[in-house]
Design a protein around this ligand. Structure first.
Ligand code: PSV
Ligand code: MN
Ligand code: MN
Length: 397
């Protein structure tokens, strides 16, 4: 890797000859940020079994430590999504100071409306007003926590749905949901945002109340300017064209955030970019295209993964790497040429323009950016050499 400068010069020249502004690409890469999830650092697994890992974070402070390590090595993960009550803490000011002392900050706050007997038949959609009020109260508590921590976004994923035809009335549930969300929305601070996450099934197996982006955008449009849609890459039926959904949400000004992961079958939460890297590229292609066309967008990039088999910190670094590299590839798409081919209906060359960027080895660009950011060129290698895991295994047991 030491000779990356030579590779960098060759790549830079090649891109410049194509008319790509390499300085601009590097600037974009340096300002890219992706949030990691606290729940990705603790022991978790499938409903079949949790394989406990030595040294896995046991509480919110340890999760912040691990997230800070990922940020230290990658330079692009300064915030950590928190999940309440999993990350409940009795002194938020102290926790905020602790996070800052590690070099990170709390990011999106994720209410938990699925681990409580009361939510068996729904939370914000529940037929019983008492349960709906309890769910609303929980989100309002999360808004208070967000205010204390200086977090802007509330990421809302609901498990609400039914398992059996006839179990409840779709439209009544929709009305209850809208009413509950309105109440929640009215408590957001002016700078805060509600990110509405959809998922087509699971844990509900017949219907889910917010099953798709259509439902999520309807809700966010009815609520107002502080409500956006959150796209989790694992939450669509197989074969769904996610990049098209992204394009439409961007065009409507309603894309608020991403939960990155990858799926093979359902909500597998596998390493981002590990199953279908080209799909990830096509998604970033839409994001970059919209940005370059001057669309107003403010997107919270977040990872939503929790791993049962791989070392959690290594896996997070691997995901961050895949995301960063794919973003770089989308940044070097020759958009002028692509537009020209599109206008001429030269389908083969239009497609090849995308494939060319996708197949370009952008690592020299990334090494250059990392060098200038003062982070290791190979974060995974640096992690393995750091002794961090050995240290926390000793400390945490
Ligand atoms: C459940 O599907 C889920 O993975 C959603 O994607 C949420 O974002 C996440 O859990 C945390 O609540
Ligand atoms: Mn998610
Ligand atoms: Mn999920």
């Amino acid at each position: 890797m030491k000779d990356y400068e030579k590779r960098y010069e060759i790549l830079r020249k090649m891109l410049e000859e194509e008319g790509i502004e390499v300085d601009e690409v590097e600037k974009k890469l340096k300002s890219f940020k992706v949030e990691t999830p606290s729940w990705g650092y603790g022991n978790s697994g499938t409903r079949f079994y949790v394989f406990k890992q030595k040294g896995a974070a046991r509480n919110v402070k340890e999760k912040l430590q691990d997230a800070a390590m990922v940020h230290k090595l990658t330079g692009i993960c300064p915030t950590v999504a928190l999940h309440i009550p999993w990350d409940m803490y009795d002194d938020w000011d102290e926790l905020l100071r602790y996070a800052e002392s590690l070099g990170v900050r709390p990011g999106a706050i994720n209410p938990n409306l699925f681990q409580d007997d009361d939510y068996k038949f729904g939370s914000l959609t529940h037929p019983d007003k008492r349960v709906r009020e309890k769910a609303i109260k929980h989100i309002l508590d999360c808004i208070e926590i967000a205010k204390k921590l200086g977090s802007r976004d509330i990421s809302l994923w609901l498990a609400d749905g039914t398992n059996h035809p006839g179990q409840d009335d779709f439209r009544l549930r929709k009305h209850r949901l809208e009413e509950s969300l309105k109440e929640v929305y009215s408590h957001l601070e002016p700078n805060m945002r509600l990110l509405i996450e959809y998922k087509f099934f699971e844990p509900a197996f017949y219907h889910t109340d917010i099953s798709d982006w259509g439902t999520a955008i309807i809700l966010s449009k009815k609520l107002g300017d502080k409500a956006y849609v959150l796209v989790d890459l694992g939450h669509h039926p197989l074969g769904t064209n996610i990049e098209q959904i992204v394009a439409i949400l961007l065009d409507e000004g309603k894309l608020g955030g991403f939960h990155f992961n990858n799926k093979k079958y359902a909500d597998d939460d596998l390493t981002t970019g590990s199953i279908n890297p080209y799909e990830l590229f096509l998604i970033f292609n839409e994001l970059v295209s919209a940005e370059q066309d001057g669309l107003k967008m403010d997107i919270a990039y977040m990872i939503d993964e929790s791993h049962n088999l791989k070392n959690k910190i290594e896996e997070m670094i691997q995901s961050v790497e895949n995301i960063f590299r794919t973003y770089a590839k989308a940044l070097i798409v020759n958009r002028k040429v692509l537009r020209k081919y599109q206008e001429e209906q030269d389908i083969v060359m239009a497609e090849n323009t995308l494939v060319k960027a996708f197949e370009t080895d952008v690592m020299p660009l990334i090494y250059k950016v990392r060098e200038e950011m003062g982070v290791p060129l190979d974060p995974l290698k640096a992690f393995r050499e750091s002794g961090y895991m050995e240290k926390v295994i000793k400390e945490r047991g």
